[in-house]
Design a protein around this ligand. Structure first.
Ligand code: ZN
Length: 164
């Protein structure tokens, strides 16, 4: 009897440990994920703003100038697999970043795009647009580093002033 009970308890503990490890894996930074590396500072990006849970940086192939990505700092693969709380938190950050981004880029609207096949880490595109159809243009690969630096500095300064 004693040995059987011991076995059952050990089995239950083993299951708990396995599910805990799975949960940790979902949130831990991955070396093979470029957005995790940007969050960790081991891959380059023009970072614009961050808080405890999210980071915003320029898309390296902008559809329009000021096109940024906002990502959760934890690794999540798919937006709709995130908890409702984390999902709401992303929308809250979009809401906060939209006015200063639209303002500083003198855009009529901020277009939002979520697709996620390019990099397997949840990211939301925020794209300053002034007319219909702009959001469907292909991203530009020929932006110079100087142009990136200038637009990053402009947005960073505005975010710093407007976001507390
Ligand atoms: Zn990642």
């Amino acid at each position: 009897m004693i040995s059987r009970r011991t076995f059952v308890i050990a089995g239950a503990a083993g299951l708990a440990a396995a599910s805990e490890i799975a949960a940790q894996k979902a949130a831990v930074a991955r070396d093979d994920c470029v957005f995790c590396r940007i969050v960790a500072g081991t891959a380059p990006a023009h970072k614009l703003w961050e808080d405890k849970h999210f980071l915003a940086f320029l898309d390296h192939r902008p559809i329009m100038p000021g096109h940024l990505l906002i990502v959760p700092k934890d690794h999540h693969s798919y937006l709709f697999d995130m908890s409702r709380r984390d999902y709401d938190a992303i929308l809250d950050r979009l809401h906060r970043l939209e006015p200063p981004l639209r303002n500083v880029m003198q855009a009529k609207r901020i277009g939002v795009l979520i697709e996620g096949f390019g990099v397997d880490h949840v990211h939301v595109h925020m794209i300053p647009i002034t007319e219909k159809g702009q959001i469907n243009r292909p991203g530009r690969a020929d932006v110079t580093d100087e142009e990136f630096r200038a637009v990053a500095e402009k947005i960073r300064t505005r975010f710093k002033a407007d976001l507390r």
